[in-house]
Design a protein around this ligand. Structure first.
Ligand SMILES: C[S@@+](CC[C@H](N)C(=O)[O-])C[C@H]1O[C@@H](n2cnc3c(N)ncnc32)[C@H](O)[C@@H]1O
Length: 230
């Protein structure tokens, strides 16, 4: 297991407040679905089908669901006996996702909440699985362990968490330098900064059973699957 302080210290800080994050995602909510389709979709699909593997009857949570594409896939995977749950800080994203679920006829199979992933409004041991894509890396370094501890608390023993995140591991080529430059210049728009997701997941006490670094537009993306032992 890595030393948590050193991971937190090695990770860059985020100064944006919750309210600023909420406003920023509210303003992007109507067109976010277009921005995040395409390449990002491929990663999310790999993470769900190849890592989390949700099954019928399960309860699965997605913190930071954005425009709700993954919730549609999760709701279909868990079927009528299961349920998908989403929590997102942006009321705009909640609204866009509510409409998407209605169009897909899945309103009854997904419970949406506007709230903060660092303080989850669910009871201990409620979920079989948690999926989080391009969201953990938005939190300030000392908050990442808080979010993961909340995820651990609401997971059942034997439950699993899958995190897909921009990664500071792997090759750091020109695209990464450009991305980090853009993140510094436009931290409200280019807000997902690369982190070492695996180290954070391990430090939160999960056993990492799979981890892969893939490339999206030349940028490393880490997909990590962790289990909460019984
Ligand atoms: C970069 S988007 C990722 C959306 C989606 N998971 C995807 O892969 O396309 C991050 C999402 O996290 C949400 N978010 C940001 N801070 C949050 C917080 N503190 N708690 C819950 N959701 C948050 C944003 O509103 C946004 O919908």
């Amino acid at each position: 297991m890595s030393d948590e302080n050193s991971i937190v210290e090695r990770t860059s800080r985020v100064t944006r407040s919750r309210e600023q994050a909420r406003q920023s995602y509210n303003s992007m909510s109507r067109f976010y679905g277009f921005l995040s389709s395409g390449s990002e979709k491929k990663f999310v699909q790999t993470a769900i089908e190849g890592f989390l593997k949700p099954h019928e009857g399960e309860r699965i949570l997605e913190p930071g669901f954005g425009s709700g594409q993954v919730l549609v896939a999760l709701a279909r995977a868990v079927g009528e006996e299961g349920k998908a749950y989403g929590i997102d800080i942006s009321d705009g994203m909640v609204e866009v996702t509510r409409k998407r679920l209605a169009r897909e006829g899945l309103e009854g199979r997904v419970e949406l909440t506007r709230g903060d992933a660092a303080s989850l409004p669910y009871e201990d041991g409620f979920f079989d699985g948690i999926f989080m894509s391009f969201t953990l890396e938005l939190f300030d370094a000392p908050e990442i362990p808080v979010v993961l501890q909340e995820c651990r608390r609401v997971l059942k023993d034997g439950g699993r968490i899958c995190v897909a995140s921009m990664s500071d591991q792997g090759k750091h080529g020109t695209m990464m330098k450009l991305y980090v430059w853009a993140h510094r210049k436009l931290p409200n728009f280019v807000d997902c900064r690369p982190i070492h997701a695996r180290a954070f997941v391990e430090d939160a006490g999960f056993e990492v059973t799979s981890c892969e670094i893939m490339s999206m537009w030349g940028l490393p993306v880490e997909i990590v699957l962790g289990g909460k032992g019984s």
